[in-house]
Design a binder for this molecule. Structure first.
Ligand SMILES: Cc1cc2nc3c(=O)[nH]c(=O)nc-3n(C[C@H](O)[C@H](O)[C@H](O)COP(=O)(O)O)c2cc1C
Length: 211
């Protein structure tokens, strides 16, 4: 039985492009894996905590020496790690905010990048410990940042996600860029027309698998 971890990070709820497209991915994934399990993590539900000094001290304290208070401090981090290791595959809805990832996604990354858990140093070199996982990032942005375009060098979303997940051991990475969403805001295109090529791309990922 396969497990998919579905993570959204847009604050825009039903108006969100990245949420709608990650939802489409999950819908197709469920068709392909009727017995599969989907773990849902909505980073905008509630207040996602930033790591602090107590958190850092806890993770660098050997597990067997941690006090009950230290265990409490990293309980959320431990739960998020369980979700990551339980899943075979991840899909993320990611809005571009100020040329980078949204702050809640960074807060989540700070919680899950843990030495000895998701990465380690072997003979002084970093080794990612999230092995055999596949990650799909569905990135929505107001502008267009595709390679070769004038704004390509402003895109700190895709390179960052590839780098940090690569560091954690995830190298099977797919990115769908839904750029140009500003046209929607200015009424230059309707939502369905804007979404169509992206929905088709997602469907295309599953078609060969379903055939
Ligand atoms: C706080 C904020 C910052 C944004 N920063 C950028 C940006 O740097 N570049 C860009 O092209 N679009 C930017 N946008 C537009 C969003 O990327 C765009 O609306 C996208 O559809 C957001 O994804 P969502 O609909 O899933 O929330 C920003 C939007 C917001 C709300």
């Amino acid at each position: 039985m396969k497990t998919l971890l579905h993570i959204d990070s847009s604050p825009l709820g039903e108006a969100s492009i990245s949420r709608q497209l990650s939802g489409e991915y999950v819908r197709r994934w469920r068709e392909f894996h009727p017995e599969g399990r989907v773990i849902r993590r909505d980073l905008n539900a509630g207040n996602f905590p930033a790591i602090d000094g107590a958190w850092i001290a806890s993770v660098y304290t050997p597990e067997e020496a941690r006090t009950p208070a230290q265990r409490d401090t990293i309980a959320l981090s431990d739960r998020l790690l369980e979700e990551l290791f339980a899943a075979d595959e991840y899909v993320f809805g990611v809005p571009m905010h100020n040329f980078g990832i949204p702050s809640v996604l960074k807060l989540w990354l700070d919680q899950i990048a843990r030495v000895g858990k998701t990465f380690a140093y072997v003979d002084g070199a970093p080794v990612g410990l999230l092995k055999g996982k596949k990650a799909t990032f569905i990135v929505s942005s107001g502008g267009v940042y595709d390679p070769g375009t004038a704004m390509a060098s402003y895109n700190f979303v895709e390179p960052y996600l590839r780098t940090v997940f690569g560091f954690l051991g995830v190298t099977d990475i797919e990115v769908l860029s839904a750029g140009g969403a500003a046209a929607l805001r200015y009424g230059k295109v309707d939502r369905e027309t804007f979404l169509k090529p992206h929905v088709e791309k997602i469907d295309g990922w599953f078609e060969p698998a379903l055939a």
